[in-house]
Design a protein around this ligand. Sequence first.
Ligand SMILES: [Zn+2]
Length: 167
Amino acid sequence: MPPTDVQKAPCTYCRSEIAVPAQYAHGDHIKCGSCGTKHKVVRGDRLRLVLADAAPLRDALVQNDQLVTRLEAELAHARGSFGLGANGVGIAVIFALYQVAMKDAPLGKALLVEAVGVAVVSGILLEAANYLFLAKRQVMTRLSAELEEARTEGMHLRQKIREAERV
Ligand SMILES: [Zn+2]
């Protein structure tokens, strides 16, 4: 390629195009005109830019690891605690229905009133179980999404650090 050739590569931070004149050799430093992030020039099959200083990335990775650990613990906690609550309510409902089914008293007004009472209580308990189940699912869905995001971010950080250290 002619020495006057100016190639462009995206900034690793703000993604804006950085013009890299031909006199910039492999490993030379160049700054992003938009955000000021310092890069190193990588001349391989095609021109690329990697971060010049991987230290902030390493700091970010440490924080990211802590976040992942915290989210994993929160998710495990949510799975355990809410589950016990919902199961407890479920068992109470089954126990109430069992009590009614095992009663062989003749169908009278008293049993009818009792059955209605149990039905109402069961309904409330089932609603509570349903509510707990939904609340648990929502918390777990949110935590899973955050964890997924944090792991992806960590993967990107590790990749950027490897790229920065290779030059
Ligand atoms: Zn930039």
